[in-house]
Design a protein around this ligand. Structure first.
Ligand SMILES: [Zn+2]
Length: 323
């Protein structure tokens, strides 16, 4: 039986990763209070000037009133897309700078907050790999490398799908397909040759530092960028290799017999994911089992809205036990 596992933020949260709505608060504690980092000052300045009256941020409690990271991203992106400024203090060039700082905030916060041992993922992946007759496919919407490490711990390598088709990846022997639709902390993108380099360790948080360069493994250029597709309504996927990853993910869903969603909330704003999964399911006409592991009743209801009453819902956290 061909199974595709789709991992969302809730799976990483079960290992201790922060959820999106808490990112700003956690980043403030890490990089303003504990270990001050001037590179994120523009984020705090934007928040202090978000309302009509300037507000002084003096502790993490002051951040309670603000919208979450996702909404801040949407506002910044919308202004940039519409060619508009946000305020006198935040004209377009500063909004670009702010957007870079927000991506930086995500990669730095994840780098600092994830525990190095991720037991649930490891026991789950090793159980799936040992127990199944067919190679499983993983799709992840997370930037962290928890699932990647769990695959490596089984003796296999993650096959990210930058090239080739999903069928090639299933047959490649030592690799297990892991399609990361929003990028990854261990990837760097080279704007000169257009290739993505994969690294064993996280590099995204380093790519923003002026003095540190990550060399492109393909052409040797020193100007690589992070691939972190920001959590906004106006996501842009304009990297060729990323398009291949999305195509492979769609094919894997079209061919599967069982589609398992773990810790993914299926938020209405995730139109690109929902449309891709629906299209993939419509590509090949077959009966598939859809299984949902999610502790939120509201999220579980969303699955029935989108995939119908036939989904098998398990309303609990990701524990690492086999499904
Ligand atoms: Zn290059």
């Amino acid at each position: 039986m061909k199974t595709v596992y789709v991992f969302g933020a809730g799976a990483s949260a079960a290992e201790g990763a922060p959820v999106l709505r808490d990112f700003i608060k956690i980043a403030y504690q890490f990089f303003k209070e504990e270990d001050y980092n001037a590179e994120l000052d523009i984020v705090w300045e934007f928040l202090e000037n978000f309302y009509d009256t300037k507000m002084d941020l003096s502790c993490v409690e002051d951040l309670k009133i603000f919208p979450g990271l996702e909404e801040i991203f949407n506002i910044v992106d919308w202004s940039l897309l519409q060619n508009q400024a946000f305020s006198i203090r935040f004209p377009r060039p500063r909004l670009h700078e702010l957007k870079t700082a927000l991506v930086k905030l995500i990669s730095m916060t994840l780098d600092k907050s994830l525990p190095s041992y991720n037991g649930r993922h490891q026991s789950f992946v090793s159980g799936v790999v040992r127990g199944g007759e067919e190679v499983p496919t993983f799709i992840s919407l997370n930037y962290d490398i928890v699932l990647d490490n769990a695959i490596r711990a089984t003796g296999y390598l993650p096959e990210y799908g930058f090239y080739g088709s999903h069928r090639d990846h299933l047959d490649c022997g030592r690799g297990i397909p892991l399609y990361k639709l929003h990028g990854s902390l261990n990837w760097s993108y080279c704007p000169l040759c257009g290739e993505i380099s994969e690294h064993n360790e996280k590099v995204a948080h380093l790519l923003f530092k002026d003095k540190l360069t990550i060399t492109c493994l393909n052409c040797g250029s020193d100007h690589s960028q992070a691939i972190i597709i920001a959590p906004t309504l106006y996501k842009s996927y304009d990297f060729n290799r990323l398009q291949n990853i999305w195509d492979c993910a769609a094919t894997s869903i079209a061919l599967c017999d069982r589609l398992v969603f773990i810790g993914y909330s299926l938020a209405p704003a995730d139109t690109s994911i929902i449309a891709t999964v629906k299209r993939a399911l419509n590509m090949v006409n077959k009966r598939r089992e859809i299984v949902v592991i999610n502790p939120s009743e509201k999220a579980c209801q969303r699955y029935q809205q989108i995939f119908g009453a036939g989904c098998r819902i398990q309303c609990h956290k990701f524990t690492g036990e086999l499904i």
